[in-house]
Design a protein around this ligand. Structure first.
Ligand code: MF3
Ligand code: CO
Ligand code: CO
Length: 273
């Protein structure tokens, strides 16, 4: 199916879904402390979505072709886990880093966002990886405007990650999103400027770079979902859902508690003010 341009009504619904997804992260942030298990985080988020927000946790029982149904309501990816970590008995310890990825469905529309959390006191290396990956996300967002290409986004992200000595995971990417969780196009987090599809106002997609401190190669665990770095190096990821507007872009997964956009150049390659 081709890339769809969202109507004003669909955009209004996506704004609500995006904000609700971000608000689940605001809600859970104070609980992300040493001693909590990822399973307890999942249960708290599930109850908040279902009982407080009246949203549906999109991951629960999600089963793309070739996958077994996902068994939990959120993804929690700790340390060398890249993405799709399944919440369970794992206890978070001082110094761990964890990505919490939330996708809600509200009135039939999806909002998808993730953040990194540092548990207790992070190492300098862990903190830097999380910060650089956050910058990568926002540098990618900074490329989004009508007429830019998907390759512009991927290239800007890749360049920033690699300049810091990190690597970009290739096997997973951002995605169009709307009534379906994963729509066209695929948003690669690497690439060449000026290549790929041109952006048009009304497109909505996620940008969600996965950045490894070591080599880019990954491995899938026996649970059929959890992705880890092959070399066991730390991995980080941040995600927003973004609308292409006539003027540039609008981030839809915004909330009161959302970490501020880091001071990065609006367009990679341009001179910072
Ligand atoms: N939220 C993830 C994304 O950003 C997808 C998770 S699929 C799941 O695309 F089934 F693992 F939840
Ligand atoms: Co996503
Ligand atoms: Co996500």
């Amino acid at each position: 199916m081709a890339i769809t341009l969202k109507t004003p009504d669909e955009i209004a619904a996506m704004r609500i879904a995006g904000r609700l997804a971000a608000e689940v992260l605001d809600y859970i942030a104070p609980f992300v402390k040493p001693g909590i298990t990822t399973g307890e985080i999942d249960t708290l988020c599930h109850r908040y979505m279902v009982d407080v927000q009246n949203t549906i946790p999109a991951p629960l029982n999600y089963a793309p072709p070739g996958y077994s149904p996902y068994p939990k309501s959120i993804c929690t990816s700790v340390n060398h886990q890249v993405c799709h970590g399944i919440p369970g008995e794992k206890v978070l310890r001082n110094g761990d880093i964890v990505n919490i990825d939330i996708t809600v469905i509200k009135d039939g529309f999806h909002g998808d966002t993730s953040r990194m959390f540092v548990v207790g006191e992070p190492s300098i290396a862990a903190r830097r990886l999380c910060e650089v990956t956050h910058e990568c996300l926002w540098i990618g967002i900074g490329q989004v405007r009508p007429g830019a290409t998907l390759g512009d986004i991927g290239h800007a992200i890749q360049r920033h990650a690699e300049a810091a000595g990190y690597s970009i995971v290739r096997e997973f990417c951002g995605h169009g999103i709307g009534r379906r969780f994963h729509e066209e196009p695929q948003i690669l987090h690497y690439g060449r400027p000026g290549t790929g599809e041109r952006l048009q106002a009304g497109m909505i997609f996620t940008i969600e770079p996965m950045v490894n401190a070591g080599r880019r190669e990954i491995r899938e665990m026996a649970d059929g979902w959890t992705i880890v770095t092959k070399d066991h190096s730390l991995s980080a990821q941040w995600e927003h859902t973004v609308l292409v507007t006539e003027a540039g872009h609008e981030v839809l997964t915004v909330s009161a508690g959302m970490p501020a956009r880091p001071p990065v150049p609006e367009r990679a390659g341009s001179t910072p003010a």
